[in-house]
Design a protein around this ligand. Sequence first.
Ligand code: GLN
Ligand code: ZN
Length: 762
Amino acid sequence: MVTVHNLGYPRIGAARELKFVLEKYWRGDAHEQQLQGVASELRQQHWTHQQACDWVPVGDFSLYDQVLDASVMLGNLPARFAHLPPTELATYFAVARGVQGDEAASACGHHGGDAAEMTKWFDTNYHYLVPEVSADTQFSLNSERLLTQLAEAHRLGVRAKPVILGPLTYLWLAKAKDGSDPLALLDRLLPAYQTLLSQLADAGADWVQIDEPILVTELDHNWQHAFSRAYHGLQQRGIRLLLATYFGPLRDNLQLACQLPVAGIHLDAVRGRDDVPRLADWLGDHKVLSLGVVDGRNIWRTDLNATLDWLAPIAEKFSQRLWLAPSCSLLHVPVDADVETDMDREIQGWLAFARQKLAELTLLRHALNHGRDSVAGQLAANASAIRARRESRRVTVAAVQKHFAQVDGSWGQRASAYPQRSEKQAAILALPPFPTTTIGSFPQTADIRKVRKQYKSGALSEQNYRAAMAAAIAEAVSIQEQLGLDVLVHGEAERNDMVEYFGEQLEGFVFSRCGWVQSYGSRCVKPPIIYGDIQRPYPMTVDWIKYAQSLTSKPMKGMLTGPVTMLNWSFVRDDQPRSLTCQQLALAIRAEVQDLERAGIGIIQIDEAALREGLPLRRSEWQGYLNWAVEAFRVAANGVADETQIHTHMCYSEFNDIIGAIAHMDADVITIETSRSHMELLDVFRDFHYPNQIGPGVYDIHSPAIPSAEQMVALITRAAQTIPAERLWVNPDCGLKTRRWEEVLPALRHMVNAAQTLREKA
Ligand code: GLN
Ligand code: ZN
């Protein structure tokens, strides 16, 4: 008899209930009781959704982040919050969101505490709060949250499998502020885990899922040894550990994983399928083999018949020792595809969100345990959905394939090298030294949002909508002229989101109504879905940019999102390599770039905010990714004449390990985030002899603070010590859409003054 279990469930709620109550609570409009009430209702509801599973995860629910939960449980909060009671909700959110100076001062006589740093959870678009440690970190167990949820689950008759973050992954995610090695803390950490496991045993837990996703990364000897040591210390009477790995194959860690004294191992059998034969051989005669056969990172239906063909011999061999699950926690997919009734019916039929994925698993279980005939009808329905998608002419579009076949190496190549191009561009653009510009968006005021919403719902006519957008653009242009900026932008008033705006106009994309996925805390994103070959039926930005240019004699920068970013922020096809989808996106953007150029736009910016996000988990795979990603950017950008200036923008500050790829993108100008790192990150551009122009952000747009001209002069002066002044631009870190005009106007005024000061000095 095959068992079905789940590793984790989306916690934000199908209607984002958790988001809304959290934000209410933070505004002071809801009591803690109300928040906890909604949380408990959501847990119950989610357990109900999962009731067909033999084992249901408990403790995966979080009010903000599962890694912060682990930090609280292990008694390891950042030192600057040490004066606060560790298990109180106010402390929890203080770590998650930071405390403003006066708030903290009045509350406890201390100065503000910055929120814990946030970073990407492996290669997902989820962000966790980084645990902080130092050489003298001590741990102390607070298991109350987990035990309460376990009791709650037991009361409701849930077959509960507590989920905890493993000790090695916890330390690996941690950052040591004093440069010490977090792994050195293992011996201090293990007793907390030992106590926790014995408490869970006392509370009636049988299986405990212990997540160690770092087993799919490249681990050095120290970490590998630490695994053996740790897990030998975690054996506990009465508790069976299921070691969960996900997001990739185990590969060189497979043998290590098999040797650990645990009761079972979960493998991501979507990305790590090649590991299965070896794992099945090496696992031994007693351990449970849990296979993640349904993709937890994507939203497509599983080909159940093919999966059964593949699983049948494994089920034969392992019998009741075979467990089936999603490849990873379902945190990374939306809740329910059945509510997407607005969507094109055909495409909706190809989708499986969390609920559908669990139904797929129970169907697989049924077929394996009782024979395929017992579920013949459902398997046939699955087969026909799979076939319909494969054969659909909306998925494979002849015209795109034909266009694609024409691409050759020359498409990614500019006519001349940067030195020649930049001379021609300088002659035409005639910009002053330290030219000023912005990254694209201006404040998205309540008015702008309202107009877009009304238009979308049909309450506003196209004509009125366009008039409102034109007015917003005209205002943005006139403000920039008054401020004296050198290269203007249209302000992106018409864009809800930098991917969605383009996706809505391209063929091959579809949008869900409720397909929200948690990004961090209460923040969710609704990733577009790329289902088929990408085609651009008409120009997407040309009218707006042309209009903006008509209002000014200053150069107007055309603003686009790049192919790699569109890919990395979408759910993508699983029927062709990501690289191919990326190339198709590149062709669509290339056509837009060329149309802008034809319309007389001399500067075009192609944002690649998410280039880094696509980096594979294993270093050895980075170069392969960067090769095709950068080539896609080059195809998108480089179909223009030497005179056209290509900009790109990336809002992060880690370039050390990808500087070669960044240089190979060969954008004439790159704008990056630097203001918070005091220009230190420019060193890598200098050391690499990065040849093109750079706009290191001098104004941190994430903060409401308004930097003074002096501060910005100081930053640019620092930058000029690293990068020749004639190759520097002056701009903010990122777009200004989340800021208010009251903040933006003085900040930009100071920025323009700073540039003027520098020009006078030069
Ligand atoms: N052009 C976009 C903007 O200004 C860039 C956003 C981003 O990089 N995240 O909003
Ligand atoms: Zn940015």
